[in-house]
Unconditional design. Structure first.
Length: 310
């Protein structure tokens, strides 16, 4: 929990722009102080049960609305971003801050006619990279939805990166490796990946993240597994053998089986697992069938379309 902590050192990180003075500087300072007190001292166990959102998200939007423009949104978004980055690779902290950011975005979308999207329905918006040369963009009302969307997307990337780092070691150690014999092929790597995915998805359900965001997260996780396996095969020619392919296929099959068996438990967010694992599945099949001349007499590009470079 954040309550009771000395946050003075953290608030310093939300420094006022150089050259600030007069009434505008006072307004900015008040915004930073309020953001620091509200965000850095938040209680991770406090929820608005009526809306299924972190109470922090409701409080941030309520404070900004009640102040009628006297407080700036930027310090609050900066504070949430700073706290998320401080979460390191702790999935519980990262997913809480993702939930808080999603909650703030959703409440603004709900209340403002200027906001077009709905993060609960559509998931995290896919935005083009920022064209600004500086990280501090204008947080005016006209582009607040874009800035909130970028904040949500950046924290979502932190959550994914923390998972990818754990995946990478498992994939290299268990998925794409040379078994000592055909009898040593086993699904252990798939089991380890599934346990990690369950940990993250359970936290997302506990933190009340919408199904749309959970589905995006799952799809990107599956695709990362698939692409990483394929890239490892491309980069290490000695691994392109039928026995390695059998090990890869068994590991991926374990993930497929888990996804199909647990889709309803996780609100339907695992429905497209096989689709996003296709690159690894087809790469394994190519290696397994490499000795079968009948396969190569046909158009291999049509047989394994996901491996086409075009």
């Amino acid at each position: 929990k954040g309550k009771g902590k000395d946050v003075s050192g953290l608030v310093v990180g939300l420094a006022l722009p150089e050259g600030s003075s007069g009434e505008e500087a006072e307004r900015q300072l008040r915004s930073f102080q309020t953001a620091g007190r509200l965000v850095f001292e938040c209680d991770f166990d406090s929820w608005d049960n009526e809306r299924n959102l972190p109470l922090l998200a409701v409080q941030v939007v309520s404070v900004l609305n009640n102040e009628q423009g006297q407080l700036l949104p930027k310090p609050f978004l900066d504070a949430i971003s700073t706290c998320a980055k401080m979460g390191g690779e702790d999935p519980q902290r990262l997913i809480f801050w993702l939930s808080a950011a999603v909650g703030v975005l959703y409440l603004f979308q709900l209340q403002s006619d200027d906001f077009d999207g709905n993060v609960l329905r559509d998931g995290i918006p896919l935005l083009p990279p920022s064209s600004s040369s500086t990280p501090d963009l204008d947080y005016s009302e006209s582009n607040l939805e874009i800035q909130l969307s970028r904040l949500v997307a950046s924290i979502h990337s932190l959550v994914l990166d923390s998972l990818y780092k754990k995946f990478h070691g498992i994939i290299s150690q268990y998925f794409v490796k040379q078994p000592t014999s055909i009898h040593s092929v086993n699904p252990e790597g798939g089991v380890k990946v599934v346990r990690l995915l369950e940990e993250y998805l359970r936290l997302m359900m506990r933190m009340q993240l919408p199904q749309s965001v959970m589905k995006q997260f799952s799809q990107q996780a599956f695709y990362y597994i698939s692409a990483t396996c394929f890239n490892m095969l491309l980069q290490q020619r000695d691994l392109c053998k039928p026995r390695v392919a059998l090990q890869l296929k068994m590991s991926v099959s374990e993930i497929e089986y888990w996804a199909s068996s647990n889709n309803s438990k996780f609100n339907g967010c695992l429905l497209d697992a096989r689709k996003h694992l296709q690159i690894a599945i087809q790469a394994a099949l190519v290696l397994i069938m490499a000795g079968n001349e009948d396969v190569w007499t046909s158009n291999i590009g049509d047989t394994f379309p996901n491996l086409n470079m075009s």
